[in-house]
Ligand binder design. Sequence first.
Ligand code: CUA
Length: 318
Amino acid sequence: MLFFLVTAAAFATAGVAAAANGGFTPQYAHSPNADRINTAYYLILGFTGAIFVLVEAALVVFIWKYRSRGRPRSAEGVQVHGNTRLELIWTVIPVVILAVIGIFVFYELPGISNVPSASAGDRVNVTVEGHQFYWQFDYPNGARSIGDLHVPVGKVVYLTIVSPDVDHSWWVPQLGGKTDAIPGKVNHTWFTADRAGTYIGQCAEFCGTFHEAMRTRVIATSAAEYETYVGSTAQKDLGRSEFQGSCATCHGMKGEGGYGPSLSTNPLLVQPSGLAPIVRNGFGKMPPVGEGWSDAQIAALVRYAKAKIFKGAAASGG
Ligand code: CUA
């Protein structure tokens, strides 16, 4: 009875999970490599699902058919000594299944890992830097953004993934598999977004206190909107994206404090000469979040802080 209840509960929750697409099924793919990963997933799910049903059904049948029926515990059953044909069958079938899965995965693999050939005009190269605790993006024209990666729809986006501090892992499920960002190593991956939209990603390698806050968004737009973004918007938006993408994780979206102290009344926030060394080198518990940030980036951060965060120095003596 317990077995039936457990099985019924498993199927009931599986139904809920599948309906919400939050359980056993991957997110809908919006890039060819993600699509191939999903296809491999469903092939393996098909085999393993069929095996599960077969084994559990046989178990139920055997439990029922060969129950004791009040026989004495000492009664001997029929003595069986091997069955060559059965043993061959249950060896050959798994070998065939594993071969089919292996062949299929090797057939799909080049389309997952190899970057499709594209002319220079149809390809965008972006350098992705994982930091404690944000993602930084460098575009071909020198523009930089933090937190949000802007890309044109339908073009091959080739990512060079690095990290100056600890291991992170780039992962936007709808646009492909995970790629690690490892200090001292350069990794690559790619995607081609098949429609305009916002795709959510999350760092997939435990990297410290705020690993869970290390999210990202890929914003796919028309080629014209993308050009406007990297041409001018990114520059105007840099200070905001720096503050909200990195500082706010610990200090709050309005600098009101959180894990880190409140910033909104700290005059250091609006002095480039005071702020730069703290941001670049870290201070106390604060990691060097802005390691490698240019003077222009520090200036952009100060401009944003002056306009949106700083409320004037706190009165001394309380
Ligand atoms: Cu970066 Cu986890």
